[in-house]
Write a protein that binds this ligand. Structure first.
Ligand SMILES: [Mg+2]
Length: 427
């Protein structure tokens, strides 16, 4: 029986039902040794659909994608999808160099998904990955995130439910951590502002920055990383949870002693200690230290996620919903992590819609960690993100307040849209 490509992909998703996938045809083997090395039946998971993952069917089939619009104000770009019945959903592509992602969206992603049935979100995601096989991942996934997150909002509009509910969770206050984005701040000033946020907003967890991004062991200022660890702990006291992010700075020989210092001062997690692509280095650090190693924010390749998890390079995975390609693919990463028993703490480094997406996902994860919440209130990126939609995101009593209502629960600001560059792809 001949099957078309979509049926083939569907069969792969439920590959346990296919006896020929996951086992070596024994007729080709001269001895049993090689057969012993073959994977368990059903072990080949297409694009991250582990055995615990089920393809989504949120709305019935029948509506198709009629148009995809982008609204760009650097470093952000919003996406609006209109379905064939006129209903609309809002999403966002990944921030930074949004122009490149917008070009990718209209140049490739939109051509691939235009006219497809909106109910087939897993196939829509996989079609985009397959269509970009010669130039994979980064900007493809950044653009795909806009389509995927707009479709989830559309599902919420159609079903009149928040996305978190569609995922099996509930809109509720979520534990949050105050995330510093700064390295140009002295240990004393960082300690002082975290103490203030602890007192003013009741924030119960914070993340500091060590080293410099991909810095090859270079510190932002001489002795800063060693000094900030005790400075912040002494200032905020023993009851506050603390994390530290090195953004790919260190080789293991430098990361391990610094990690021991974090342990000595009661920090809970060490993020991206080594260049993120060096999984073996990160694994070496993970094995040497007791503190949890977390990472993966840049990772958008499902096979690389699997390798990272299987080798235990990290204890906690940090998919970024916009970098990884959207909620559907971030959810696959989360299911993979759950299956292996790893923690999940998604990356969300600004208060644009990515933090809203993250809240809806974390609210539906049994082991979802604290929501990352930027504390850079005065930065231009925070100001532009805050002008993008209502309600403005905030922390109350140490908890992130989730927007309520269907879909993402936000209203996009018309003034923000009017000043944005507008592009349309349509059927
Ligand atoms: Mg990070």
């Amino acid at each position: 029986m001949k099957i078309n490509r979509r049926q083939y992909l569907k069969q792969l998703a439920g590959c346990a039902a296919l006896p020929f996938i996951g086992s070596v045809p024994t007729g080709f083997l001269s001895a049993g040794a090689k057969a012993d090395q073959s994977a368990e039946p059903g072990a080949y998971h297409y694009l991250g659909r582990t055995s615990g993952y089920r393809d989504w069917a949120i709305v019935p089939p029948g509506l198709s994608i009629k148009s995809i619009e982008t609204f760009r104000r650097e470093p952000f770009a919003l996406v609006r999808i209109t379905a064939s019945d006129g209903r609309q959903g809002w999403g966002q592509i990944a921030p930074y160099y949004a122009r490149l992602s917008v070009d990718m969206l209209h140049g490739l992603v939109a051509r691939t998904v235009m006219g497809l049935d909106i109910s087939e979100i897993d196939l829509i995601n996989d079609d985009v990955i397959n269509a970009s096989m010669k130039f994979p991942w980064s900007f493809v996934c950044r653009a795909l995130a806009g389509v995927d997150t707009a479709l989830w909002d559309l599902y919420g509009q159609i079903t009149e439910k928040p996305v978190s509910e569609l995922l099996g969770g509930l809109v509720r206050p979520l534990p949050a951590y105050g995330s510093s984005m700064r390295r140009d701040i002295t240990p004393q000033d960082e300690a002082a502002r975290m103490t203030r946020l602890r007192d003013e907003l009741g924030v119960k967890a914070f993340k500091i920055r060590l080293g410099t991004p991909t810095g090859q062991n270079k510190d932002a200022a001489p002795g800063r990383s060693e000094a900030i660890i005790p400075a912040v702990r002494k200032a905020v006291g023993p009851d506050i949870k603390l994390f530290a992010d090195a953004n790919s700075c260190y080789t293991p020989d430098v990361a391990i002693p610094l990690g021991r210092r974090l342990e000595d001062w009661g920090f809970s997690a060490f993020e991206e200690p080594c260049p993120y692509w060096e999984l073996e280095w990160t694994q070496e650090v993970q094995r040497a230290l007791k503190i949890d190693i977390q990472g993966g924010e840049q990772c958008n390749d499902m096979a690389q996620w699997r390798r990272m998890m299987n080798m235990r390079a990290v204890d906690i995975v940090q998919p970024d919903i916009c970098y990884v390609g959207g909620l559907t693919r971030a959810w696959r990463v989360a299911k993979m992590a759950e299956e292996i028993g790893l923690g999940i703490k998604p990356h969300a480094a600004n208060v644009s819609l990515v933090t809203v997406f993250t809240m809806h996902m974390v609210a539906a994860l049994p082991k979802g960690g604290e929501v990352e919440f930027s504390i850079e209130d005065d930065s231009p990126i925070t100001q532009l993100a805050r002008a993008m939609f209502d309600p403005v995101l905030k922390i109350e009593g140490g908890m992130a307040v989730m927007p309520e209502g269907p879909g993402w629960g936000v209203r996009i600001d018309t003034k923000w849209l009017e000043s944005a560059e507008h592009k349309t792809s349509s059927v």
